[in-house]
Write a protein that binds this ligand. Structure first.
Ligand SMILES: Cc1cc2nc3c(=O)[nH]c(=O)nc-3n(C[C@H](O)[C@H](O)[C@H](O)COP(=O)(O)OP(=O)(O)OC[C@H]3O[C@@H](n4cnc5c(N)ncnc54)[C@H](O)[C@@H]3O)c2cc1C
Length: 481
């Protein structure tokens, strides 16, 4: 099968019958529910974009196995042109969702591509496992599957066998596969994708075979698997009222395994924390993913800048130095992110898997920068928006007998009250609503604990040249003195 269309995706998703708990009930048909429908339609639109004739040349490529046109976000980049194509694909999709879908399909497609091309690493434990992962990557690519993932375990700190009983763990190993029981937190879009990739690693090096360490992928409707959704952050209905959450509410869920059988051909590794650590390290998955995330975040920042400028113009604030300075701060941020993205591509080099690997250094800088930048941009939006973020009547109010009055009362020098409200409802959703607050939380944490990421940057960043230069500088001073 080639890159799929939106209709093919919707057909697949409605056929799937995952156990999805929402608000105390099981959801029989997510597509029929106003909570999930907007997201499913947006995913479908993304799939349609990749097969539009004018986009297909960069959003798809010829599969190395089937010769069909498959999604570029699955492509192993072998040249700098491939990296550029991958970036353009992410940004094309990103422009549709304005950077709000952290888990548009390209995120997981990139991840599975990086792991799949480095599958050889797994042959240490069992050569069959490397084939499983390689074949799974090809299966996802050829069928254009959407994946969610869950990596993090429950919050109980595991120090004894009894405490370990909450976390998802292997409770049986038999001829058919591994049986998994317990819980993992959390999966964005969990239960709303074809399959879920599960990678858990408790790093319990004191055990010979750690039952909490495994990697596998299974369909979202595998018997025994269920997803417990959080509260919805969309309120249903009108895109005027809720321009973002009505379409891009990704939903997060807790993933529960009730004696789930994972067939052997879907097991990628188990029991050995060293193996998973090695796979992460040697596949360079973080590098590929960070390149995708940064490409998306450039688009997200462009969107924020556009909103800020429209707010500034609508309220005729552009002459004020404090507003100019704040908008300027976002311009500098955008250019910094663009610079980091291009620099990572310019300095890319081929790795041992034959992949054109972007330079990690600018990507690491972006990974540290964006979790701080994004909340700051939302703060700037509040500063510029002020009370106008509160005078945003709903679409229903504009359709009521006082609607005409409101169009008049809320007008500015260059916009009528309706158009002004449309813009400010967008700004409100982004910087003030529960949907917007989740976006801030997402950008802070989805990549992992920022503190540990800062430690990693400190440990790994090569600054030996800088140190050597300063030493030379000091030595030269000593000689002169
Ligand atoms: C919106 C959203 C979507 C997500 N989607 C997914 C998903 O789809 N799949 C998935 O697997 N995960 C997902 N995550 C989880 C994400 O990977 C984690 O949030 C991240 O790894 C941080 O882990 P944690 O939330 O358990 O925080 P913790 O590790 O519990 O940290 C909480 C706080 O304590 C601090 N802290 C922790 N340890 C220390 C220490 N030793 N010293 C000092 N301070 C410390 C941290 O800095 C942080 O501020 C998502 C998270 C969010 C917010």
């Amino acid at each position: 099968m080639a890159a799929r269309t939106g209709q093919e995706y919707i057909h697949m998703i409605t056929k799937l019958k995952p156990v999805l708990w929402f608000g105390g009930s099981k959801v029989d048909d997510p597509f029929a529910s106003s909570t999930f429908r907007g997201l499913i339609e947006s995913q479908a639109a993304l799939y349609d974009i990749q097969s539009q004739p004018e986009k297909a040349s960069f959003m798809t490529y010829l599969s190395p196995t089937s010769g069909m046109r498959v999604g570029t976000s699955f492509m192993q980049p072998k040249t700098k042109e491939d990296l550029e194509k991958r970036r353009k694909t992410t940004q094309e999709w990103g422009r549709f969702h304005a950077g709000m879908m952290g888990r548009s399909p390209d995120y997981m497609n990139t991840l599975i591509m990086a792991l799949g091309t480095a599958a050889e690493v797994l042959s240490e434990q069992d050569p069959r496992f490397s084939s499983h992962l390689r074949e799974y990557y090809q299966y996802c690519r050829e069928n254009d599957l959407a994946l969610s993932h869950t990596f993090i375990g429950p919050k109980i700190r595991v120090s004894s066998e009894s405490e370990r009983s909450i976390a998802a763990r292997i409770v049986e190993e038999n001829d058919n596969g591994l049986v998994i029981d317990g819980v993992l937190l959390m999966a964005t879009q969990g239960g709303l994708t074809d399959e879920i990739l599960v990678v858990s690693n408790s790093s319990a090096s004191w055990l010979d075979l750690d039952p909490c360490t495994f990697g596998f992928a299974i369909p979202s409707d595998t018997p025994g698997l269920s997803f417990v959704c959080r509260e919805a952050l969309n309120y249903g209905g009108s895109t005027f009222n809720y321009p973002l959450s009505s379409r891009f509410e990704e939903m997060d869920s807790i993933v529960v395994f009730n004696r789930v059988l994972v067939p052997w051909h879907r097991v990628f590794f188990y029991g050995q924390p060293d193996v998973v650590n090695k796979l992460y390290r040697e596949s360079q998955v973080s590098v590929h993913i960070t390149h995708q995330v940064l490409a998306k975040n450039v688009v997200k920042t462009e969107f924020v800048l556009g909103i800020l400028q429209l707010m500034t113009d609508t309220m005729n604030l552009g002459h004020r130095p404090d507003i100019q300075e704040k908008v300027g701060e976002v311009i500098v941020a955008l250019e910094t992110l663009r610079g980091l993205l291009f620099s990572s591509e310019l300095q890319a080099a081929t790795d041992r898997w034959g992949s054109m690997l972007p330079d990690y250094r600018p990507l690491l800088a972006a990974r540290q920068y964006f979790p701080k930048l994004y909340p700051r941009m939302m703060e700037i939006m509040q500063w510029i928006g002020s009370s106008a973020l509160m005078t945003i009547p709903s679409e229903e109010t504009f359709q009521s007998p006082i609607g005409e009055d409101l169009i008049h009362f809320l007008k500015t020098n260059n916009q009528d009250g309706y158009e002004r409200t449309k813009l400010y409802r967008l700004a409100w959703e982004l910087c003030m609503s529960s949907f917007g607050t989740r976006q801030v939380l997402y950008e802070r944490f989805f990549f992992g604990d920022p503190l540990r990421k800062a430690e990693e940057l400190y440990r790994s960043y090569d600054r030996s040249d800088c140190i050597a230069w300063v030493r030379q500088f000091l030595d030269a001073q000593g000689k002169q003195g």
